[in-house]
Design a binder for this molecule. Structure first.
Ligand code: ADP
Ligand code: MG
Length: 251
């Protein structure tokens, strides 16, 4: 497929990442990263364990200071801003681990997510978020540590939705879930939120499940993007498994 016609189907970018490089003091772990995410798009970054996916997201969300490059949202530079500033600017980040407060109930987790809102706004937003994911209602009084993996991921996502993010950055929302449950999370939660207009940057090791719901995908190997294209096109590439095995061998 010619890149030009595929490019033409993309939405105008809401978040742009240009020339991003990041690491932990030694050689960069990720470098030369150019990614765009449009409103209503699910954009996947797929790669083997150790490819640098979490490092990339930490550099985008201010958890790690990038070595170089820029991140902009609706034209405004957000590079190096601390997490609370990003939350105010409409960027929601669900990290790979420590994504909910274990000893708090589902409702309390949502209330924490709405910490920037006034008390009446917060209560109203809890109701709205419960309407987005109605299953949350049945578990509203349960402590997060009593939830299953899938339920927990739903709470993590719902918590970030409290501030009505324009951009959602998700680090392996299907980690630890069965392939079936992974598909359900990606279709019923991630895809649904994008279809409501959110721009979603999704990092996943479960490549084929992620590609099924993605408008565009970037394949990360050894901290560099080696392939990008529409999710359906990337999924059909005959070399995609090889690329992944290459990534595993390097890590
Ligand atoms: N806090 C850290 N300090 C030093 N190196 C790290 C740290 N976190 C991750 N790394 C290294 O960065 C590389 C990429 O890790 P990571 O971004 O977690 O990959 P992924 O999320 O794709 O599995 C790995 O080689 C890992 O060992
Ligand atoms: Mg990771």
């Amino acid at each position: 497929m010619p890149t030009s016609s595929a490019e033409a189907t993309r939405r105008p970018p809401r978040m742009e990442i240009a020339g991003l490089a990041a690491g932990y003091g030694g050689d960069p772990i990720v470098a030369e990263i150019d990614i765009t995410v449009g409103a209503g798009e699910v954009v996947a970054v797929i790669g083997a364990n150790g490819a640098g996916k979490s490092t990339l997201l930490k550099a985008i969300t201010g958890a790690l200071v990038p070595i170089s490059g820029r991140v902009t949202v609706e034209g405004r530079e957000i590079t190096r801003l601390p997490a609370h500033r990003l939350a105010r600017l409409g960027i929601g980040y669900v990290p790979q681990t420590r994504d909910v407060f274990d000893t708090m109930t589902v409702v309390e987790n949502l209330e924490m997510g709405g910490y920037l809102l006034s008390a009446p706004e917060r209560a109203a937003r809890v109701t709205e978020v419960m309407n987005i994911f109605p299953q949350l209602n049945q578990m509203r009084g349960r402590r997060a540590l009593k939830l299953s993996g899938g339920e927990r991921k739903m709470v993590a996502l719902a918590r970030v939705l409290m501030l009505r993010p324009k951009v959602l950055v998700l680090d392996e929302p299907t980690a630890g879930l069965s392939p079936e449950l992974s598909r359900a999370v990606l279709r019923q939660q991630v895809r649904t939120l994008a279809d409501r207009g959110t721009a979603i940057l999704l990092v996943e090791q479960k490549a084929f499940e992620a590609l099924e719901v993605s408008d565009w995908a970037y394949v990360l190997v050894g901290g560099r993007v080696v392939i990008d294209g529409p999710g359906s096109v990337v999924a059909r590439r005959p070399d995609i498994r090889e690329v992944f095995l290459g990534g595993t061998a390097q890590s």
